[in-house]
Design a protein around this ligand. Structure first.
Ligand SMILES: [Zn+2]
Length: 129
């Protein structure tokens, strides 16, 4: 891969939970009503600072789609997927749009108030050794 250019946009945005790189603007948020295997997900009209994985045909709850995984360009974490093509007419509106998994992004408000949900289990300090 070539050199990575990270862009920073004005306005309220959603960022990679792992490295705080901007991934999408709040203005580009299309829907909060998405779900993925790992929980809630948001649909965006546009995304930034990512690279795409290989195209794959995937059967989802809403039908068959051609999608590509989205990875954060800074830390390489998978953060969601892009809909390249929808095979059902009713799902065509998703084509070219991006889904970011809610558990893998933080918004500016969460970041500034220090609210942070860590889904990893912490090491217990109450065990007898
Ligand atoms: Zn990242």
């Amino acid at each position: 891969m070539g050199r990575i250019f990270v862009v920073e946009r004005e306005g309220s945005s959603y960022r990679c939970k792992f490295c705080n790189t901007q991934l999408a603007l709040a203005d580009d948020l299309a829907s909060r009503a998405f779900h993925c295997r790992r929980g809630k997900a948001y649909l965006f009209n546009n995304a930034i600072n990512f690279f795409l994985g290989a195209l794959e045909d995937r059967i989802m709850l809403s039908g068959s789609h051609t999608v590509a995984d989205i990875f954060c360009c800074t830390c390489g974490q998978i953060v969601g997927w892009k809909y390249e093509a929808a095979h059902e007419k009713s799902q065509k509106y998703k084509e070219g749009k991006y889904v970011l998994e809610r558990g893998r992004i933080v918004d500016d408000i969460e970041f500034s108030t220090g609210f942070y949900v860590d889904s990893r289990s912490s090491i217990s300090d109450s065990e007898d050794n």
